[in-house]
Every structure is written in structure tokens, then in C-alpha cells.
Design a protein around this ligand. Structure first.
Ligand SMILES: *Cc1c(COP(=O)(O)O)cnc(C)c1O
Length: 820
């Protein structure tokens, strides 16, 4: 995050750090992630300890050019040019620095907290106020103990309003954030159950949230929610809204739906006022009312507010990654454009290795508060550091400043229509394309032109959920235990390089695939992590070696084949993984074969044993715990002998997902994480929500029709409603992976929050649902599974396991990836 410049000596004083300054550097940028270094020479790296200790990454940051560090202890590695500022509490130092920076500016600041809607309300207030204020705000939802200081650090002379959201998950966090944000106007959004688990009770949570408003002169809140807390509020001037109580300052008493809008009427200062909200869902309407109340409290006229709210546009914090034409990948971020979100989107682009070329399509950036000269100089510089190969600028301003961009491949167009006209002649091919534009540029038209057409059934993959799950399992491991992520069978149906790229970026240690082809596909997509192949086929050894894949060796036959192959190709010390059969009885060396195996391995110079492993039969099933224990014993016996024969240490691993939680004593040197990564783990209660399912399968209604009581529906006349009713035909069938077993009422789908059963047989490309009791229209979205209608439930319905449901979703169903 970029800001003013401070001499490092001054920063040392501000945060009260010891250590000697070797170089008098100037600092403008705060860094917390060694993978996301920008502006290294003016950067200050904070070695924060999260799930990994930030001190482990100091050397990496140094290699990337960073010369200034805040640490809690010195590292051993020599970094002769670096300044080290020593503090007890690195996070505390980051917060202190941000608070000090904040204190230098005398601008109005709106502080937002609550359980839901913080980010939307922040973004909407930004949309509503940007025409008469220069606004600084959190990028995306950077509202944590780390995100808030980084956000506040962006405040500059140019700004006349700050809008910052603050999120907390437990007690004593809010006062720290208050000291950094120092809001003068407070906004409390909806309070719901989110993060209840971090507090004794709801009251404790509300009181903690209210601490953000300790020094506010004005607070906007929902009347109903704070009835019980009146005496806990110290703010002088409160502005409340309600849909139930007419004592509220803004009392919303009537609502009507007019086409796609929500029309509200309210009492305000004894008069009747109105507002048209361009959204229909409950959450959006409530968020818009909060914005309405906030603007009234700030003194805007009801008529002006109505005019602005009518033009609110949806907020998408998500980046969408999907397949494009001509073997391209498209990252769609076509809803907003500002410097901070550009930085985040470019980091995501940078993380993609699947194509040789990275392309950015960018529109003019509005309301940055910078002069165009400074803005586009900064943008150009930034694009350079993020390794963009091709730049396509759209807009008058970018076109006017094209000389700042020093890439070979750059193209400029005055507007979106002109770019669309020339799109074909750009010959975009085998590239990762980031599309990022301000709302008015309507870049969704570009996104449509570049994306692959497909039918309307898609599987959405939430990459943040993937990361959440990975981090959850990481937190269950002792330091030093490695993670092998199982990405066989298209990552359990979730994708190939999209998932692997994410895992590589977030530093898992190993990947595993079932077949050599799967490994080759990962390598071709730029994945460089070591990859183990579970079932290597002799016919593809050439490929295995060419792509540096590491085979599992599970039998004497296979061992012979490999040794022969390596010998005849002049290879030695090729990394392999030995599989021990401790009870599964599929692949692997058995107890009685271990001694012979040891003899064969001794002094064998063709192979290098990288790891020894086995596989649990039922690690998640209590009734088989005695057997699991036996497996562990057998495994220990086998690897002890083999390591002795080899004369060197190897990685030992046996735990799959179930083993990670239930058998911590069997983690050994590495665990193999499969289904848990995708959000499913039988040993973790679904209600705990610590895991998030990463996949949602969605389709849509192609036709709705009435049927009579004795009509039959579908093939073989199996479907019938008990009385006259209504059915919806939806665009998914057994060829998409929605198995025939779901037919005739066994399976259920979600339409507008209501569960509806199938009726009749499932066809190849479609099926029918009984929607007699739901208001359904053609085109409506239908959920096959998501975080609400769980895969576990579908599996239960047809007597199978979640693995089969996931991997059955056919390749014809388009995958779309989301990342926030
Ligand atoms: C698939 C697989 C795993 C992962 O199992 P999960 O139950 O999905 O965690 C681990 N090890 C091997 C050998 C596998 O084939």
C-alpha cells in the first residue's frame, strides 16, 4: 500500500523499535506478504506471525529487493544492506504506525462495523458520495487487524473523506481498530450470528462492536437492534432507522415492488419521503436503507439521495476466472476500477502460470484523487513490476498518457466500442487476460466477447474457500510437517491448473495425481511443485521423465521396469515414492516383501527414495480404529527397516484427510490432504463451519408447465404428481453428472430458497422438478448443490459418498473460479 514518504529513522521512533539503522532509506509502502512485493526499494516489510511465521519470509523479501524490516528477532541469514527494526510485537508496530499516520490528517472518517453488509455499504457509500468528495477506503474487505492499518496507510493530503470498515472476531480487537481508524461518523450495520463463537454471548459481541464509535460525534444505526443498549452508547448524536418503530428518525413504513426495483416510503422529520432501490433481495434493500439513513444524517436532501440511490450498481468483490476463446483464460473484474483493486487483481493475474502471456485490459481510472499525470505514471510503473506482457488501454485519459507505458505490446482505444471493433485483429491467443474497467465502460461486453459460450449449467469454485480449508488443516499440523495436496481426477472435479496454481502460490509442499497425463497437464500449465504420480503406466515413462514427475513404486515388477528404464537412459538417483500395503490390499509392498525390497534398494544408484508411504483404509471410522492402529504399526515397522537399508532419511506419510484430524500421532513427516481441501470431512461437524465447501453446481429453468393429476412426466411414464400442479424442466441430466438415481423424488434442488423434488426419470441432458408450490419463471437459477444444500446430503440420498458426487460432474459443465 502506497502512501506518503517517511524516513526510516522517524518510523523507528514512532513504533519505538531498537536496532541500528545502516541506510537512511525512505519508506512509502507497507508490505506483509513476501509474494506480493511492490515498490521494494521504498518498502517496509513486517514479519507478522500468522499461520506461518513471517520471519521465514524475510530472506525472500530481501531477495526481491526489500531493505527495511520490522521483526521481533534477528534472523540468522546475512542481509548486509538491510535495516532491521526490532520490536516485541510486530503487528502492534504496524498498527501503531498506521494510527500515527492517521493522526496527521484532519479529514472526516466514516467507520463501519456490524455482522453483515459492511463491505457493500462501504462501497455503496463510496458510489453515492464520490461525486462531491475525494474518498479513501479499504480495498475489498480489508477490515482485519492487518487489513485496517494497511487501508488507513493510504490516506493522503488529497482525501477529504475516509470510509473504513472494521471486522472483529473476538473481544479486545475493536479498540485497537478504533485507535487506527478514529472515525467521526459511525455506521452500525446488521448484527447477526456471524462470529458469535468468538464471544461469550450476543451482548458481549454488540458491546465490543460499539467500541468503534467511542469518539464519534454521529452514529447511524437500526433502532430495533440497539433498544437494549441505549445506555451503552456514548455518542451524542444518534440517527436511527426502522421498519417497525415510528420513533426512529427514519421510519420506513411502506414498500412496493415496481418492475425490478424496490420502492420505499418513509417518515422523516414529520414529512413523507421516498426512495427507489434498484435491487430486490432483502439484504440489498436493508443495506440501501442504511446508506439512505447515513446520507440523511450527513445532511443530504431526500430528493438528492433518491436520485443517487436509484443509480447504485451491484458490488462485486469477486474476481472471476473462466475459460476464454482461443485457449485463453479470462479474469473478469469488470465492475470497478481503482488503484487498490487493480493491485489485488494484478497479483491474482501474476499468480497464473497456465499461459505464456499475461494481458491486461484496463479502462481509465476515475476519482483517484491524483492528477492524471501522477496516476498513470504510477499505473504504468506498477504494471511493469507485475510482469504484464501485453497492455490494452481503453479511454481518453489512458490514450493521452500512452507514452508512460514502456511495454512492447501496447494498444490504446478511445472507448469500449472501438476496442470491440478491433478485438479480432488483436489475435489474443493462449493468454491470461485480466479485464478491469470502471462501471461506465461496460467491460462486461468485452468479457462476453472473450469468454467461451456454454450452456447455463456451471460449477462455481470458490478459491477463497479452498484457501480457508488449506489453512485450517495447516493449523492442525506440528511445525515442519509437510502437506501433499491431492489433485487427482481434476482436483476431485474442481479443476486442474486453477486449483494447482492456488496451492502452489500458497506453498503446499507436494502435489499428487493419479496418472502421468494429469501430471503433464499441470507442468504444461506452469506448475513447478514436485508432483507424485500414484499409478504410473510403463508406456508413458518418457513423459514422466520429460516432465520431472515422481512415480509411486508399488511392486517388484514396477521397480524392475523403472530400474531398467533409468539404466538404459543414463539416469541415476531418480526420485521415487515407495508404497507399503498395510491393509488396503490394492497396491504396495506387503510385510513379507519388505526384507527383499531392502536388499534390492541397498546401493541401488538408479533411484532415490523420496518418501515411503501407505494409505489408511478407514481413518474416519471409529468402528475401525483398532485396524487403523494396526496399519500405523505395520507402517512404522516397514519404514524403519527400509530407512536403515537405504542409509538416509526419507519423508514418511500415511494420513489422508480423515487421518489429519483423527490421528495426529500418525502425521509423521507429511500428510496427504484430499477431500478436506474441497470442504468435506466426515470427522468435522458441518455446523462448525470451519470448512467451506468450495463447489456450487448451478443450473437454470428452461421451461415451466402445468400438468394434470393423471399426466405422466418423462421417459417410461414414471413421473406423476398426486394432484394437478406445475413442473419445471432444468438444464442438467445424467450426462452432466446428475445421476439417474436422483430421479422420481429421490433428489432435491433449491429454487429461491425452497427445496423441490425431482419428478420422473432423469434424462441425459435435463430433468424435471415439482414446483407446484414455488413461484418459478423461465431462466430462474436452480441450485443442485452449494454450501446450503450439501454434497454430503446428495450422497446420502442415493447411497454413495461425496467423492463420487464431486468427481461425477462432467467436463461439459463449465467451471468458473472466484477469488476475492
Ligand atoms: C486420494 C488419496 C488420498 C486423499 O484421500 P482423502 O480421503 O480425499 O483425503 C490420500 N492418499 C492417497 C494414496 C489417495 O489416493
Amino acid at each position: 500500500m502506497l502512501s506518503d514518504h517517511y524516513p526510516i529513522k522517524e518510523i523507528q521512533q514512532i513504533i519505538g523499535a531498537s536496532g541500528t539503522i545502516i541506510n537512511d532509506n525512505t519508506i512509502s509502502t507497507l508490505l506483509t506478504d513476501s509474494r506480493r512485493i511492490t515498490n521494494a526499494s521504498e518498502g517496509l516489510f513486517f514479519a507478522l506471525s500468522g499461520r506461518r511465521n513471517g520471519h521465514e519470509f524475510v530472506a525472500e523479501a530481501y531477495a526481491a529487493g526489500v531493505r527495511n524490516f520490522v521483526v521481533s528477532h534477528q534472523t540468522e541469514i546475512k542481509m548486509p544492506e538491510a535495516n532491521f527494526l526490532l520490536v516485541d510485537d510486530v503487528l502492534g508496530a504496524l498498527q501503531k504506525l498506521a494510527a500515527w499516520h492517521r493522526s496527521r490528517f484532519n479529514l472526516e472518517v466514516i467507520g463501519i462495523t456490524g455482522s453483515n453488509g459492511k463491505t457493500i455499504i462501504k462501497e455503496w457509500l463510496y458510489q453515492l458520495l464520490a461525486s462531491d468528495k475525494t474518498i479513501v477506503r479499504n480495498p475489498k474487505s480489508y477490515n482485519s487487524q492487518i487489513g485496517v492499518p494497511l487501508s488507513v496507510w493510504q490516506i493522503g493530503e488529497k482525501d477529504d473523506l475516509g470510509i473504513f470498515e472494521a471486522g472483529i472476531s473476538t473481544t479486545e480487537e475493536m479498540s485497537r481498530l478504533e485507535a487506527i481508524i478514529k472515525p467521526s461518523i459511525g455506521v452500525l450495520t446488521h448484527i447477526g450470528p456471524a462470529h458469535d463463537e468468538g464471544f461469550k454471548n450476543r451482548k458481549e459481541k454488540v458491546l465490543e462492536k460499539l467500541k468503534l464509535f467511542a469518539h464519534c460525534k454521529l452514529l447511524i444505526h437500526n433502532y430495533d437492534q440497539l433498544i437494549d443498549y441505549k445506555k451503552n452508547i456514548s455518542v451524542k448524536d444518534c440517527f436511527s432507522w426502522s421498519t417497525k418503530f415510528n420513533q426512529a428518525d427514519l421510519y420506513v413504513f411502506a414498500e412496493t415492488v415496481i418492475s425490478r426495483n424496490f420502492y420505499l416510503r418513509a417518515k422523516y422529520k414529520g414529512k413523507e419521503i421516498e426512495c427507489l432501490i434498484p435491487f430486490l433481495d432483502e439484504a440489498s434493500v436493508e443495506n440501501a436503507i442504511v446508506c439512505w439513513a447515513t446520507m440523511l444524517a450527513m445532511g443530504y436532501s431526500p430528493v438528492e439521495i433518491d436520485k443517487r440511490i436509484e443509480r447504485l450498481s451491484p458490488v462485486s468483490m469477486r474476481l472471476e476466472l473462466k475459460n476464454g476463446i482461443n485457449n485463453c483464460s479470462v479474469i473478469d473484474d469488470s465492475y470497478n476500477s481503482d488503484v487498490q483493486s487493480l493491485e489485488i487483481a494484478l497479483n491474482f493475474l501474476n499468480q497464473q502460470n497456465q499461459h505464456p502471456t499475461r494481458t491486461l485490459i484496463l479502462s481509465d481510472i476515475f476519482q483517484s484523487g491524483l492528477t492524471q499525470d501522477i496516476l498513470y505514471r504510477h499505473v504504468a510503473n506498477f504494471i511493469k513490476t507485475k510482469k504484464v506482457d501485453k497492455f490494452i488501454g481503453v479511454g481518453e485519459a489512458l490514450t493521452a498518457h500512452q507514452d508512460y507505458f514502456s511495454l512492447d505490446k501496447k494498444y490504446f482505444y478511445p472507448d469500449t466500442a472501438t476496442l470491440l471493433q478491433y478485438l479480432n485483429s488483436l489475435n489474443l491467443d493462449n493468454e491470461t487476460i485480466l479485464i478491469k474497467g470502471a462501471r461506465t465502460f461496460e467491460f462486461e461486453r468485452i468479457s462476453q466477447a472473450l469468454s467461451l459460450k456454454s450452456h447455463e449449467t456451471v460449477m462455481e469454485i470458490n478459491l477463497n474457500a479452498l484457501l480457508n480449508n488449506l489453512n485450517f488443516y495447516k493449523s492442525k499440523l506440528k511445525p515442519g510437517v509437510k502437506i501433499m495436496a491431492m489433485v487427482k481426477a481434476f482436483s476431485y472435479g474442481s479443476g486442474t491448473f486453477e486449483v494447482a496454481n492456488m496451492l502452489q502460490y500458497n506453498k503446499v509442499d507436494y502435489l499428487a495425481v493419479a496418472y502421468i497425463d494429469e501430471g503433464v497437464a499441470l507442468r504444461q500449465a506452469g506448475v513447478t511443485l514436485p508432483v507424485m504420480v500414484l499409478n504410473p503406466e510403463v508406456s508413458a515413462f518418457d513423459k514422466l521423465v520429460e516432465y520431472k514427475l515422481e512415480p509411486e513404486v508399488f511392486s517388484f515388477n514396477l521397480l524392475d521396469e523403472f530400474v531398467k528404464y533409468f539404466q538404459s537412459h543414463g539416469l541415476s538417483n531418480y526420485p521415487v515414492h515407495l508404497k507399503i500395503d498395510t491393509g488396503m490390499h490394492r497396491l504396495g509392498f506387503e510385510d513379507f516383501e519388505i526384507d527383499i525390497l531392502c536388499d534390492m534398494l541397498e546401493e541401488n544408484r538408479y533411484i532415490k527414495v523420496q518418501s515411503i508411504f501407505s494409505h489408511f483404509v478407514a481413518s474416519d471410522a471409529k468402528e475401525h480404529d483398532a485396524f487403523t492402529q494396526k496399519q500405523i504399526k505395520r507402517f512404522e515397522r516397514a519404514f524403519t527397516k527400509i530407512e536403515k537399508a537405504l542409509g538416509y532419511k526419507v519423508i514418511k506419510h500415511i494420513s489422508n484427510t480423515g487421518g489429519i484430524i483423527r490421528w495426529p500421532s500418525a502425521h509423521f513427516d507429511m500428510v496427504r490432504l484430499g477431500i478436506g481441501l474441497y470442504g468435506i470431512d466426515a470427522s468435522i461437524p458441518v455446523e462448525s463451519k470451519v470448512l467451506q465447501p468450495i463447489a456450487a453446481l448451478k443450473t437454470s429453468v428452461s421451461q415451466v408447465r402445468k400438468v394434470l393429476a393423471n399426466d405422466t412426466i418423462g421417459y417410461n411414464r414414471n413421473g406423476k404428481l398426486n394432484k394437478a400442479g406445475k413442473i419445471a424442466t432444468v438444464r442438467i441430466g445424467y450426462a452432466d453428472g446428475y445421476l439417474r438415481a436422483f430421479g422420481n423424488g429421490v433428489g432435491k434442488m433449491l429454487i429461491k430458497g425452497t427445496l423441490v423434488p425431482t419428478v420422473g426419470n432423469i434424462s441425459m441432458d435435463m430433468c424435471t422438478l415439482d414446483v407446484s408450490n414455488v413461484d418459478v419463471r423461465e431462466g430462474d437459477e436452480v441450485i443442485v448443490f452449494n454450501e446450503e444444500l450439501r454434497i454430503e446430503e446428495l450422497a446420502r440420498e442415493i447411497g454413495t459418498i461425496p467423492y463420487e458426487i464431486l468427481t461425477n460432474v462432467s467436463q461439459r459443465v463449465k467451471r468458473v473460479y472466484f477469488y476475492e
